[in-house]
Ligand binder design. Structure first.
Ligand code: 5AD
Ligand code: SF4
Length: 439
């Protein structure tokens, strides 16, 4: 009988994509996918290390899966991804959860079949956290969707923001070649995919490590020529090196969606400097202004860290002020979480957690008001949606996304999943909009 696998994915879109690669590798190695962990012979947790919370989640999941091992003696448990890539975490998992069969890092995907075989043949936990980048190109992908897909364009990060673990778990920047990306995109388009989301920790760095002078804007211009695709998205952009050409190609490329995820992290120049972000609040506001002036109807979303070491009330107020001025469509705010092996982990921090929670709450109140105000501007407007499927709560309500990545619900007795539908917005809320189809 075929062995069954179950993958749990924590963290970001790049991790979701990596899980699709793991799934395809397993499909090719004689496994089939299981609907639930209880039915699996192999469970993989694809972990995230960006904050403490997703790391804590791993311990709770492993606790649950330990019980499953008692009823299925052949069950293998593997822990992959960003948390595993850290030597200390890998060793901690092995010692605290001795029943884990395999710990493998972000670079080990090409070796997964061998690692599973090795782990199956021995009692000890197998660990692979080699920083060997080879073998990644050309791995198969089992796309979890049928009309939209992730498409990585650059792996790793060279920026070393002082709070961030990513450069240490995802390694140095490696751009895929333009040819490889365009070939994959064209193939996805032939197979009926309408929307591609280009992934990279910083898409603006695309091409800098390749021979020739290929840039992210060049890549977008090439992809925009592929027939059949309707939408091209990308994330994440770094404010320090977002070029004018990029803004222009987003304006001019008919398939390129009018949305930037442009994390600001803080509105205080003093904190931005300590974060090693290499831009000022003035630069950021100027850039956001230029984007909005150049591209009609564009949306900008952001990430913000509250309570970075040394953040005082006046720094927080500068962030709140930036949020008022930038007027983000949405912002994801996180309380700073110290990460081992990052520069900021050793910075003195005198602010209590309670104070940080209060700042987060204050910032969220501002952002929620602005999100609602910007959504209100869309009432009575007609927008194009790519329909993602029926809503969880009501099968007669369909959910879709605008080109600007806003969630819109509309009533429909037929399932329109995967279709492009034009709707008129009838109601705006903070988190989503309501519309009705127009023909
Ligand atoms: N603590 C809190 N938030 C963090 N992020 C990255 N590192 C940390 C950290 N140590 C946030 C940033 C980033 C998003 C993906 O996660 O805002 O943009
Ligand atoms: Fe994604 Fe970063 Fe989390 Fe890794 S650590 S899963 S790259 S957010």
């Amino acid at each position: 009988m075929d062995k069954r696998y179950y993958i749990v994915t924590l963290g970001c879109q790049m991790n979701e994509h990596d899980s699709e690669v793991m799934a395809a590798i397993l499909d090719n190695t004689g496994y089939i996918s299981a609907a639930a962990p209880e039915e699996a012979d192999l469970i993989i947790i694809n972990t995230c290390a960006v904050r403490k919370k997703p790391e804590d989640k791993v311990a709770s999941l492993l606790g649950k899966y330990a019980a499953l091992k008692e009823s299925n003696r052949n069950l293998m448990i593997a822990v992959g991804g960003c948390m595993s890539q850290q030597e200390e975490a890998a060793k901690y998992i092995r010692s605290r959860f001795h029943y884990v069969d395999l710990v493998f890092g972000t670079h080990a995907l090409p070796r997964l079949p061998d690692l599973l075989e090795q782990a199956g043949g021995q009692r000890d936990t197998v660990i692979d956290i080699e920083e060997d980048y080879s073998g990644r190109e050309g791995l198969p992908v089992a796309h979890s969707g049928t009309f939209k897909a992730w498409l990585p364009i650059i792996y790793g990060c060279n920026n070393y923001c002082s709070y961030c673990v990513v450069p240490s778990v995802r390694g140095r920047e490696r751009s895929r070649t333009l040819e490889d990306i365009v070939t994959e995109a064209a193939d996805l388009s032939r197979r009926g995919y309408l929307e591609l989301t280009l992934l990279g920790q910083n898409v603006n760095s695309y091409g800098q490590d390749l021979p020739g002078a290929v840039t992210f804007s060049d890549l977008l211009a090439e992809l925009n020529r592929i027939d059949g695709l309707a939408r091209i998205r990308f994330m994440t952009s770094h404010p320090k090196d977002l070029s004018d050409q990029l803004i222009e190609i987003v304006r001019d490329g008919d398939k390129i969606c009018e949305h930037f995820h442009l994390p600001v992290q803080s509105g205080s120049n003093r904190i931005l400097e300590k974060m090693n972000r290499r831009y000022t609040r003035e630069h950021y506001l100027n850039l956001a202004g230029k984007i909005k002036e150049t591209i009609e109807g564009v949306s900008i979303t952001s990430d913000i860290i509250i309570g970075f070491p040394g953040e005082e009330e006046k720094d927080f107020l500068a962030t709140a002020d930036l949020v008022e001025k930038a007027r983000f469509d949405n912002a994801f705010s996180f309380i700073y979480s110290p990460r081992k092996k990052t520069a900021a982990a050793s910075y003195p921090d005198n602010t209590t957690y309670r104070e940080k929670e209060l700042r987060l709450q204050r910032l969220n109140e501002i952002q929620h008001r602005i999100s609602k105000e910007l959504n209100d501007l869309l009432t009575d407007r007609v927008v194009e949606l790519l329909v993602e499927g029926p809503s969880k709560n009501d099968p007669e309500v369909q959910a879709g996304r605008t080109r600007t990545n806003k969630l819109v619900h509309f009533r429909s007795t037929t399932d329109r999943t995967g279709e492009l539908v034009r709707v008129k917005i009838t109601e705006a809320r903070t988190w989503n909009l309501v519309g009705e189809p127009v023909d």
